[in-house]
Design a protein around this ligand. Sequence first.
Ligand code: ADA
Length: 573
Amino acid sequence: MIRMFTTHTIRPVEELDGIWEFEPITRGQDFPSHYRYKMSVPGVWEMHPGFARYRGLGAFRRLIEVRMQQNLRVAFAGVSHTADVYWDGKLAAHHYNAYTGFEFVIEQVPPGSHELVIVVDNAFHDQSTLHIANDYYTYGGIIRPVSMETVGPVFVAAIRFTPIWDGSAWSAEIGVGVRSLATEGQRIRVVAQLGSHHIALVDSEIGGRATTWFTSIHRFTDVSSWSPDQPTLYLLRLELFSGEDQEPCDDLIDRVGFRSVSVDADAVAINGEPIMIRGFNRHEDYPGVGSALTVPLMVQDMELLRDLGANAIRTSHYPNDQRFLDLCDEYGMLVWEEHHARDFNLTHMQQPLFETQITESTREMVTKHANHPAIVIWGIFNECASDSLPGRAMYEQQLNLIRSLDGSRPLSYATHHRDRDRCLDLVDIVSFNLYPLWYTEEDPAELFCAARGWADSLGGLGKPLIISEMGADGFYGFRDGSAGLGSEERQRDILIRDIVAALSERVAGMFIWQFADCRVSEGRDWLFRRAMGQNSKGVVDRYRRPKLAYQAVQELYRQAAKNPNQGSPSGER
Ligand code: ADA
């Protein structure tokens, strides 16, 4: 399943999910002459007993039968982390970064059997500046769905939908990219349908061998708003007509919602309603399937998050699977989505490939995910070099890029630099990662109050404050009446004090670190010596079994949901 809804009813689509052939290879080696293993796509090779800890290169192969000559558009939603795709032995696409998709078109494919080989790399090396050993695990494999579509000489390449609230009614800016594979220019029409609205979107000449963008603003009188309580969604169906044809030759369907996001000094507001963010940070990770979560597991996470009383998720620290974002749209779960960056110091950020790779991660995230109403904040650079002037220039560059691609959402980044941060004036929401009572002995309420002070004196005055991370390790099953270090009791007690402090300090919101325990890289550094090879700050363990903190967080989050304007819901325990 590529998305949680049908994206084409005219364009033929075949999902290439299933069992592919697999063979590990070494750098510089030719394609394997035979493939000894089978792998699930989507999947991670770590689920295979022979590759449970494999870090390196592997070739995936699949034969494609084509019945008649056609143009094929192949779309990979996520390959971890570098992909070189070969069609009948010829390089068709190269892509870096596990967490955003890519696609390519093979023209005039003749009937017969064709070979699709994809060489996947999950190794850490100087060609990979975003995937490094980190406090989460970079798995290997084709981790998200693969699809193959038949496209004509002209097709809809992309839709962009931005809702606009003018104070009394909804309109939306609709962008459509039409791609022509023909050498000659031609006349096309695009018609849009959304609910009861039918719109003649485009009637124009387009040039050959190019993607032409058309953007226009339309008023929608007969629609309801999307909100966390009433997440009303609409299918936006575009049909493309070529020349004088009366029948459409292609279509593209996306799912959209009408909502606005704004900020003031105290809060993030959806449709003008201030919302206290009761969030969790979440990694895409589950035993056995790694980062290739199945739909039932995504739904399970969503149900658990709702059960916990959460209304928001931060996709720490990379763009998420679009099917999970689809679920967020459906459940009314607010999303802070961030590009792929965790804990890069200035030296790291100054590596030759870094700027290109992070810029692509930002661009792909925004252009591919901007239509999700659930995404209400774009984030960049978690705990990177926002404490230096060269770092600031890089923050500014990424923020400017996002603003140029989508000016409709507030921007933020999570910092741990406290009063040394130098970028708070650049964003719309000020966010601090703080671990009182865990990494430091500070009192949570005093610390969050101090954070407001740092923000106010460093360019964040008048901007809402989010505690983007707070939490503590708690090892599942380690119960200890004296609440010893790493016990479920200690974790629960710290989280209670964190949440109560955040609520009483009137921050705009909080994201607990973290929803579920996750596997982490192993290595020599202290970070990579984490016990059990995992980050154990989840309120559920890797199998989603609740720890003691679960019920405590649930109680506080649910009370906060009922009394959004009161500070501490239940006082200290
Ligand atoms: C950081 C980081 C998280 C995680 C956390 C922790 O704040 O942003 O990815 O590593 O610390 O558990 O220490």
